[in-house]
Design a protein around this ligand. Structure first.
Ligand SMILES: [Zn+2]
Length: 380
């Protein structure tokens, strides 16, 4: 049983690497499609494999409420339950719990909250989250942290970082005491917090690195701060993380955000945008966003993105996709999710190729210029 990160190549601060897990090797930089509830919404695991998804994200909060840990255990873990043989990462659920304004009560011991499904009382402690993540069996588990809102007062951010650190220590201790429940290794990542305060970010990451985790996440970004603040904090954090461990920037972001964050040394990313926007009729393309409700697409029979090799772009035109959304046909969501994820995944493969060939800066500039080019087909 093994988990290992191999840094293959750096180009400036951008990195290409391999994450070795018992469910296969993940090539970084990597985008993780979000499968919060054990499914990446409106797309099949078979399709995910076809478009080159290497690892998906599940959520401990959601999976613990439904189907619940006992069913996951009886199934033999989440991989078997959902029919996905490649790596899985589980978020701890901290972000979701701390988003439940008014429905939660935070103490040193943990967080009491009410299920958003049936209102039943629930309790998450660092130890409980580790137990749940063992039952789920994700290849990469995240510690329970407190994700602070933006803006966040300095005093609260300080308290929150201190609690996040104590919880990280408890997570690690319990992780070592409690062995995996299935026949594969699981790795535990720490999560750095500290809002937009660099001294807190530095203190938090320094302590996490002392504790020693298999990888490190930068949390609490993309919560309302400006893009420049986010890039600034990302760069500051990445510079303080050990080069031999994977770096995961949580909840980020748009294609531009991914480019800028890869350029600052991050390896792993997840975001709801390609899937959520896909279900809402918005496509990401190499020439920027396309909003299908726009009437200009009514008789536009060209593919969404002529440069895209996905099933959607190879077989259907914008007019048909627009019509599917107007008619509220499920296929519209399916085809657009498939395209958006294909676009994100191939975008990351191109970034990786550019890093390996030591031409990341020129690739980034050319890609940004295309993304920002005036989308001539969007004038209504
Ligand atoms: Zn496509």
């Amino acid at each position: 049983m093994s988990f290992r990160f191999e840094l293959q190549k750096t180009d400036g601060s951008a990195r290409a690497g391999l994450i070795h897990t018992d469910h296969g090797v993940v090539e970084t930089p990597v985008f993780l499609p979000i499968g919060t509830q054990g499914t990446v919404k409106s797309i099949e695991p078979r399709e995910l494999e076809e478009i080159g998804a290497q690892i998906v994200l599940g959520n401990t909060y959601h999976l613990s409420l439904r189907p619940g840990e006992e069913i996951l255990r009886k199934a033999g873990g989440l991989h078997r339950f959902v029919g996905w043989k490649k790596p899985i990462l589980t978020d701890s659920g901290g972000f979701q719990i701390f988003s439940l304004e008014g429905l939660r009560d935070v103490s040193e011991e943990g967080v009491r909250f009410q299920s958003h499904i049936d209102g039943s009382p629930q309790f998450f402690s660092p130890e409980r989250v580790i137990d749940l993540e063992r039952a789920i069996g994700a290849d990469i588990m995240m510690v329970l942290d407190e994700c602070t809102p933006n803006p966040c007062a300095y005093e609260y951010a300080t308290e929150s970082v201190e609690r996040t650190l104590r919880w990280a220590e408890r997570c690690k201790t319990h992780f070592l005491e409690r062995p995996p429940e299935y026949e594969h290794a699981q790795a535990l990542f720490g999560i750095g917090q500290g809002s937009t305060y660099k001294d807190l970010r530095e203190q938090c990451l320094g302590k996490l690195v002392e504790m020693g985790f298999a990888g490190y996440a930068i949390g609490g970004l993309a919560v309302g701060e400006t893009a420049n603040e986010m890039y600034d904090i990302t760069e500051f954090c990445a510079e303080r993380l050990p080069s031999e461990k994977p770096r995961y920037l949580m909840g980020v972001g748009t294609p531009e955000n991914l480019l800028e964050s890869i350029d600052r040394g991050c390896d792993m990313f997840d975001c709801v945008l390609p899937t959520r926007n896909g279900r809402n009729g918005m496509a990401f393309t190499s020439r920027g966003k396309v909003t299908l409700k726009n009437s200009i697409f009514k008789e536009d029979f060209r593919p969404l993105d002529p440069g895209c090799s996905c099933y959607t772009c190879q077989n259907f035109g914008r007019a048909y996709l627009r019509y599917l959304f107007q008619a509220k046909e499920i296929l519209g969501m399916q085809l657009l999710t498939l395209h958006n994820l294909s676009f994100y995944l191939s975008f990351m493969r191109s970034a990786r190729g550019a890093i390996i060939e030591a031409r990341f800066a020129s690739w980034k500039n050319a890609t940004l210029a295309r993304l920002h080019a005036e989308p001539v087909d969007q004038h209504d």
